[in-house]
Write a protein that binds this ligand. Sequence first.
Ligand SMILES: Cc1ncc(COP(=O)(O)O)c(C=O)c1O
Length: 324
Amino acid sequence: MLQRKLNVANLNTPIQKLDYLSEQLGKNIYVKRDDYTGAEISGNKVRKLEYSIQYVFDNNYDAVITTGAITSNHARATAALCAKYNIECHLVLRGDEAIFEGNLFLGTMLGAHIHQIDSSVSREDTMSEIKEQLIAKGKQPFIIPVGASDWIGTHGYINAYEEIMNQTKVLNLHFDSINVAVGSGGTYAGLWYGNQINKKNIEIIGYAVDQNSEAFKEKVEAIIHELDSDMTDFDTIQINDQYIGLGYGKSTDEELAFYIEIAKQEGIIFDPTYTGKAFRGLISEIKQGYYDKQENILFIHTGGLQGYTEQTRHRIQQLITDQK
Ligand SMILES: Cc1ncc(COP(=O)(O)O)c(C=O)c1O
């Protein structure tokens, strides 16, 4: 296990109760605000990057290459940390339609070199090519995989699990489950592994935002294997893939209407790509009785508000107008 990390995120993040929904559903529903980890670095990715960037320093690398969708929160957080620590940053961003807004805008402003590719091009091949070019120029580049979801970054959520356990002692509370969106798997992997090594009886439940449960289970197992080859029993991994809807980054009107409703009821906004889909999944599963044996339920808000693109904002405006 890695011991060293940067300390740049605003930790501990608060745990807040959602009063209206808790009363409505007859459960205690709490949200851990990992969207409060910072501003430029906000969201879950900074917890992982605290380890990844420390690793860059400890191994004498002087450039970072990473990848994600054109709207990637991970890429933006990486750009912010690279700017802060004066590391050359290359972002391979995939997406056919690129409007200069949100994370693309922020990443550019933070000084990252943007390599935009269309969806038919391999992100990994592009990163390898950039790596070769940088080596030829005398640089020592390090590739951080998509979402920093490898054995290094995953430490961030093993740590977050410990943080939650310490908070529950202070709050005198036992969570029956911890629920989270799954995009590249590292957040889930860290929470699941933290729960295993602490031998706690808490269900760690993931909600997939693109690939199916089996693909994510394999991904999570692979990350944990890199970390701990002795771990062989993965039976308790639970990743629900029923709430992906139209696919990665795409929203139905029903989903958007749900985010509007939660915003008005609880004063909390979930993002349309990750947390919104996952939280909608959680509420829907509670309503269907899958959480009947649980009393205290924790959802981690992993950030991502920069994902409200111009098009989605207009659709929301229209939905609100239609509701009046
Ligand atoms: C806002 C947000 N929430 C959740 C996730 C999912 O985390 P992970 O990639 O570790 O599965 C991501 C990234 O993929 C994200 O940007």
